[in-house]
Design a protein around this ligand. Structure first.
Ligand SMILES: [Zn+2]
Length: 197
């Protein structure tokens, strides 16, 4: 008896459940994957990508790390972006932040920012993806690709669109200006309160 037998048992039940509905499901997937979406999200166990958007294996390409960081020096993240865009030709990239992210909080508080900057961080994340060469190249080729900024609330299970969708180089400036306007309209008080926690 292995210590993780319960997981293997759950796995069998899960696979049997899918096969009961669609006997050819795994056979089809074994030949190819053709996901339309790339999810870039936090590694936090409360933010399970496929479950949140109720997608099956083969439907969502996923990259997760602590605080959903996208930087141009991270070759792990870059290889995911490249494979997703150039080989799988995903149509949408979802950059998913979440409320109460320990990774983001640690980074921001270290830098002397409060949680009001959480919003800014998400805007930045979407910006970093849009500035990436692989994404820029795809747009230059005319490949349909939209980068979206979403935020997930672990307290109610709801994923919200932040209205940051960017589908081209021209979109980028418009979205950047919109997010600045949004930031200005937000009550500063709620952010300041959280800083002192
Ligand atoms: Zn997180």
């Amino acid at each position: 008896m292995g210590q993780l037998d319960h997981l293997l048992k759950k796995n069998r039940a899960w696979a049997d459940g899918i096969k009961a509905q669609d006997p050819q499901f795994f056979h089809r997937l074994s030949n190819q994957q053709a996901p339309e979406y790339l999810w870039i999200g936090c590694a936090d166990s409360r933010v399970p990508a496929n479950q949140i958007v109720d997608l099956l294996p083969g439907e969502l390409f996923v990259h997760r790390n602590v605080a959903n960081v996208v930087v141009h020096t991270d070759f792990n993240c870059l290889s995911v972006l490249q494979f997703a865009i150039e080989v799988l030709k995903v149509k949408h990239i979802l950059v998913v932040g979440h409320y109460g992210c320990g990774g983001v909080r640690a980074a921001l508080l270290n830098e002397g920012f409060g949680l009001i900057s959480n919003w800014l961080r998400h805007v930045q994340d979407v910006g970093h993806v849009c500035q990436n060469n692989i994404v820029q190249e795809a747009w230059r080729r005319g490949q349909p690709l939209t980068v979206h900024g979403f935020v997930y609330d672990v307290a109610d299970g709801i994923l919200r669109d932040m209205g940051l969708s960017v589908a081209s180089e021209e979109d980028r400036e418009r979205v950047r200006q919109n997010s600045i306007d949004e930031l200005v309209q937000r009550p500063v008080r709620s952010g300041r309160q959280k800083v002192v926690q």
